[in-house]
Design a protein around this ligand. Structure first.
Ligand SMILES: [Zn+2]
Length: 434
């Protein structure tokens, strides 16, 4: 009897162990461990450039209308330190432009300082913290700046350290108190003066997510931070002119340094590309590497002063004002996970309402176009790196279209592009696979 029991056990114990190990491994696979990165330096140090002519880019009409109504689709809470009343009013004007451009259910907290900075520096800013997220639609292995993380997670980071600030500040920024700024809000600075609203708008753009976390020691470049090292969500959308993702290069490495200084980097975010007329907008990547400017800006010579998309280039001159984040930047923000207050209208067909459901989806999505028109449409599904996953043509008589057989897709964020074949105009929307 003893022998029999022993024999049974020898077979049984390994099987149980094996199952146990399998269960533990599975649990580890599924368990998400949130990671934090607290940067030591601002994302951007914004230097004064020379006079390049007077240029005024105004707020969009929709933003101006909403600002005059006092409505906004996100709420910013600013703590002002050392500001004069006119500097504070101009700062708040820039905050209100962002509050009417991007949407979040969570308050975005800014710590704003008005204090002396180094010669030639207009201002500097950045997110106070970055976190990883496994919220629906988030990429689990990249860092999100805290304001975007809170939007994706749909909750405020009120955790004690290490997963939050005790004061829960999302963006920290300092602007020079000794510069010859123009504090008017009419986007019409005199030739010798720098437009404060534009400079604040630019720096807050970095604080909200226009930040690549790149660095260089002069021979090797890096785009990853923390332990284990991870890129920010920004890098997920950067590739070189041969369509090789920047994430394909190790860091630190000379190969990555060559990419960061090759003047050959582009953004492949589907919405950013759509807003740039189908071409990938160019990233600022000069040689030599320029700390505080390289990688985390649009290319200066592509988006010249006066271009509606020039807000997030690395330089601004006196007499130059830009009060519009620009459709390419807003498109890129949408690619990275932000929602916009109003949909971007460039190149889109006229539609009263375009509804996609279910979203998140499992095996199929229905697209309902409520413009009452029948027509021929093309549906393209892209992954988050802009790769075409699936394409299909469809004719509708009642405004309803469908894309099916999606059950085998990875659980991730996708973009569906609906093109009206008659006009060639299209609309791109984000969808999430469950
Ligand atoms: Zn900048």
């Amino acid at each position: 009897m003893k022998n029999f029991t022993f024999k049974q056990n020898t077979k049984f114990i390994p099987l149980v162990l094996c199952l146990l190990i399998y269960q533990i491994t599975k649990a580890q696979d599924q368990e998400f461990v949130r990671q934090q990165y607290t940067p030591a330096e601002p994302a951007c140090v914004y230097y004064a450039d020379n006079y390049r002519g007077a240029h005024s880019t105004f707020r969009s009409q929709a933003v101006a209308n909403n600002m005059s109504r006092g409505s906004a689709c996100s709420s910013f809470i600013v703590t002002y330190n050392g500001f004069t009343p006119e500097a504070e009013a101009a700062f708040q004007f820039a905050v209100d432009i962002w509050a009417n451009s991007i949407e979040s259910s969570q308050p975005i907290r800014i710590n704003a300082n008005f204090a002396p900075l180094n010669a030639g520096v207009l201002g500097q800013a950045g997110p106070t913290n970055f976190f990883t997220s496994n919220a629906p639609g988030a990429l689990p292995d990249v860092f999100y700046p805290i304001a975007l993380w809170e939007k994706l997670e749909d909750r405020d980071s009120e955790d004690p350290p290490p997963f939050g600030n005790s004061d829960s500040v999302d963006i920290s920024c300092t602007f020079s108190s000794t510069f010859n700024f123009y504090f008017g809000t009419d986007a019409n600075p005199p030739n010798g003066q720098f437009d404060f609203v534009s400079i604040v708008l630019h720096e807050l753009g970095h604080g909200l997510g226009f930040v690549g976390l790149a660095s260089s020691d002069g021979s090797e470049g890096t785009i990853r931070v923390g332990n284990p090292p991870r890129p920010s969500v920004y890098s997920n959308f950067i590739e070189n002119g041969s369509n090789t993702s920047i994430l394909g290069f190790d860091d630190p490495s000379m190969a990555l340094q060559n990419q960061l200084t090759g003047n050959n980097l582009f953004c492949n975010g589907p919405q950013a590309v759509a807003e740039n007329g189908g071409d990938e907008p160019k990233i600022f990547a000069p040689n030599p590497y320029n700390g505080g400017s390289s990688y985390s800006h649009w290319d200066e010579s592509t988006f010249l002063a006066g271009d509606i998309n020039s807000l997030m280039t690395p330089q601004i001159g006196p007499g130059e004002a830009n009060h519009n984040p620009g459709p390419i930047t807003l498109g890129f923000f949408e690619d990275m996970g932000w929602s916009l207050c109003a949909s971007l209208s460039t190149e889109e067909f006229e539609v009263a309402d375009l509804n996609i459901n279910p979203n998140p989806f499992s095996d199929r999505v229905f697209i309902t176009i409520n413009n009452g028109n029948s027509g021929v449409y093309n549906l393209d599904l892209f992954d988050i790196n802009g790769r075409l996953i699936k394409s299909s043509g469809a004719t509708t008589t009642d405004g309803r279209l469908m894309m099916s057989n999606l059950q085998d897709l990875e659980r991730a964020l996708y973009f569906i592009k609906v093109t009206e074949m008659d006009t060639g105009l299209s609309i791109t929307k984000k969808i999430v696979k469950n």
